[in-house]
Write a protein that binds this ligand. Structure first.
Ligand code: ADP
Length: 195
């Protein structure tokens, strides 16, 4: 059973890599951004509450996000492991996740950090804006998301680095090569942790 996280700034290709890595490790990818977007498009109660935050590039309040993840991690498919994408994004969420897992005697195995230079992040966002039309893919909202990543989520990365479970991966360049490098880095890390 492998329990993984993927963390990276907006435009780092986190969602794309999450899908490939999850397939490789035979575990479900759980993306909080995707779950929020799906709720917004179906106009559920959660979607109605979350829409304003998504559109402004702000973080959805911790209590809503934590409840969403708590419910999702109680479903059957994640018993064999999971790859969380987009959560935790704040120090409070990171503590919550530890508590959720500890309640079942579980812990994270590894945290993949995707890194890429700002210029490349913005280029990818512009490409995605043309292809997918996400309401939060405008230059202003993107900069707000990047700023929030630095202010809030970077702290989460430090927590996992201090715990010795961070696996940094260079996220610039060809997506297929990044997947191959990420798989190799995670497998090496997991093998060393087991030894
Ligand atoms: P990106 O990494 O490109 O910003 P995501 O799909 O991960 O895209 O997230 C999109 C939006 O969903 C965020 O800007 C935020 O509004 C909301 N969101 C996703 N995950 C979280 C989270 N863990 N906490 C708060 N808000 C979140």
């Amino acid at each position: 059973m492998t329990r993984l996280l993927i963390i990276g700034p907006p435009g780092s290709g986190k969602g794309t890599q999450a899908v490939h890595l999850a397939r490789h490790f035979g575990i479900p990818a759980v993306s909080t951004g995707d779950i929020f977007r799906s709720n917004v498009s179906r106009a559920t109660e959660l979607g109605t509450q979350a829409a304003q935050y998504l559109d402004g590039g702000d973080l959805v309040p911790d209590h809503l996000t934590n409840a969403l993840v708590r419910d999702r991690l109680l479903e059957n498919d994640v018993r064999r492991g999971f790859l969380l994408d987009g959560y935790p994004r704040t120090a409070v969420q990171a503590v919550e996740l530890d508590n959720m897992l500890a309640a079942s005697g579980l812990a994270l195995n590894a945290v993949i950090e995707l890194r890429a230079p700002d210029t490349e992040l913005e280029q990818r966002m512009r490409k995605r804006a043309r292809e997918q039309g996400r309401t939060d893919d405008t230059v202003d909202v993107f900069r707000r998301r990047l700023d929030l990543y630095r202010r809030e989520t970077h702290e989460v990365v430090s927590v996992y680095a201090a715990r010795g479970i961070l696996v940094p991966v260079d996220g610039s360049g060809d997506p297929g090569e990044i997947t191959a490098q990420a798989i190799a880095a995670v497998e090496k890390f997991l093998a060393a942790a087991r030894a």
